[in-house]
Design a protein around this ligand. Structure first.
Ligand code: SAH
Length: 474
């Protein structure tokens, strides 16, 4: 059956339990686990435990739960809204469930799904916001994994923000037209100054920001986030980048950002490729700047997704200038730059005690002029040099650095598609570097790292950079 046709056998609902009795029957760990779960709500806990284990007994006292210390009787379920049978004895659990059913009280028997009217979810609690994860018992571990993921995704202050939002609901409904404007107000409420202030615990600032937002909501502005997508592996994206991708109306991405990373954005977000691959500029930088300004002016939340870190050879300077000139709010989210990913693949220490204590990010495209750029001198004095976009200029980099006095034996590491499953590693010396330009078998992005620190790399997975002439077979 196709995924979308598959039916749930257990349908999730949120049940009102405030001040209502939830009965848990059992003496041991299972009962305690349910106590802990239900104690996340404002229900009144009634624990039926004739001989509670020490931890449960302590918990009951510490949490002021009602304790019935005798043997279970049907009368204990009186006025209950939910019942948990956690005795560990099948017959007793069965009896409890059947008693509950007679009184129309939904019941759950721990580890006996066939007896349950309902299952308990894995819970992410940001009261009043709750995310409940259910697998119909198929995968408790899966549910916990999902829970952990969602927990990381949601700010701890989300509940406080939701409570504040509730106090603005009436005003928003009165002042803002239904539809886009109202939707945008709430989006801004939960993502901008208001939620930032709530996160800092500053509720009066949050209220001021919310009121300001409400007043200006008619002409809400868009926002651009310049986001680093990292070197290509999806799990090298930051959590913040992921959150912004989930909130984006539009994602404008470079060609170097793999499809899988772009696909992490909100499903109905518009996706625009800005191109910019060597040799096929599908849009000029000016066009991209104008596009960002235009989208944000239309009130869109834009994620400008750039490979690696947006501030490293990403022309972010021009984009930020254009956004500033147009008065559009923006932010920058750092990413893992290619040099760091390449170094990680090579297990290469970029700084190495006693060998290299500084590092240079360069393109090598500035080596063509008459005078040597400063970084060549840094290389000679021992800096580790990371060369971006260095494939076609490999020969220039090699000759000019040698001219500047760098030994032709200086170690060089090259990584194609760093961090990705198809990464390829090569090593050699400054002397071998020119051969990089002739290697037409490399079609992914290539990072070159030069310096004595490269000697500390792990060459096990690496091949020689210069392809030795194959011995001619007789
Ligand atoms: N902002 C990016 C760099 C953009 S310039 C960053 O911080 O990484 C593009 C150059 O980055 C490529 O020519 C290549 O040299 C390098 N690059 C980007 N991704 C790479 C990867 N996965 N492996 C190796 N080099 C990469």
């Amino acid at each position: 059956m196709a995924d979308q046709e598959r039916k749930l056998n257990a349908f999730p609902v949120f049940m009102r339990v405030q001040n209502r009795a939830v009965v848990i029957v059992g003496n041991g760990e299972e009962a305690l686990a349910k106590c802990r779960l239900i104690a996340q709500s404002s229900a009144v806990l009634r624990v039926v435990a004739g001989a509670p284990e020490a931890a449960l007994a302590r918990w009951i006292v510490d949490n002021g739960a009602e304790h019935i210390a005798g043997k279970y009787e049907a009368a204990h379920l009186k006025d209950a809204i939910l019942v948990f049978a956690a005795t560990g004895e099948e017959n007793l659990d069965r009896r409890i469930v059947s008693d509950a059913r007679k009184s129309n009280i939904p019941a759950n028997a721990v580890d006996r799904p066939e007896l349950c009217n309902f299952y308990t979810p894995a819970l992410v609690n940001r009261a009043p916001v709750a995310v409940a994860i259910g697998t119909e018992g198929a995968g408790p571990v899966l549910a916990q994994m999902i829970r952990a993921k969602i927990d990381r995704l949601l700010a701890p202050s989300l509940g406080a923000a939701a409570i504040l939002a509730a106090s603005y609901r009436v005003a928003a409904e009165k002042l803002l037209p239904r539809g886009n404007t109202r939707r945008r107000f709430w989006k801004a409420f939960f993502s901008g100054d208001v939620s930032d202030a709530v996160a800092l615990g500053d509720l009066s600032s949050a209220r001021r920001a919310a009121t300001r937002l409400l007043r200006s909501a008619g002409d809400l502005q868009g926002h651009v986030a310049l986001v680093g997508a990292g070197p290509g592996a999806e799990d090298l994206l930051t959590l913040r980048a992921q959150r912004l991708l989930m909130e984006a109306d539009v994602i404008v991405h470079d060609a170097l950002v793999p499809e899988a990373v772009v696909a992490m954005g909100r499903r109905d977000a518009e996706r625009l490729a800005a191109g910019k691959r060597k040799g096929c500029h599908s849009k000029t930088q000016e066009q991209i700047n104008a596009l960002l300004v235009e989208l944000a002016s239309r009130g869109k939340r834009v994620v400008r997704l750039k490979s690696g870190d947006p501030l490293v050879f990403g022309r972010a300077g021009e984009e930020m200038q254009a956004l500033r000139d147009a008065g559009i709010s923006y932010e920058v989210v750092p990413g893992i730059t290619a040099a760091f990913a390449a170094a990680a693949d090579f297990e290469l220490p970029l700084t190495l005690r006693g060998v290299a204590s500084s590092m240079v990010f360069t393109t090598g495209h500035d080596l063509k002029g008459q005078s040597l750029p400063d970084w060549a001198k840094l290389a000679v004095s021992g800096a580790t040099v990371a060369v971006y976009m260095g494939r076609t200029v490999a020969a220039d980099v090699s000759t000019r650095l040698a001219e500047a006095g760098l030994s032709p034996d200086t170690a060089v590491a090259v990584v194609e598609n760093a961090s990705r499953p198809d990464a390829r590693l090569f090593h050699g010396t400054l002397n071998d570097l020119p051969s990089l330009a002739d290697r037409d078998d490399l079609d992914g992005p290539v990072m070159t790292i030069i310096g004595d620190a490269v000697a500390g790399a792990n060459l096990e997975k690496s091949n020689p950079l210069a392809r030795r002439k194959a011995a001619i077979a007789a």
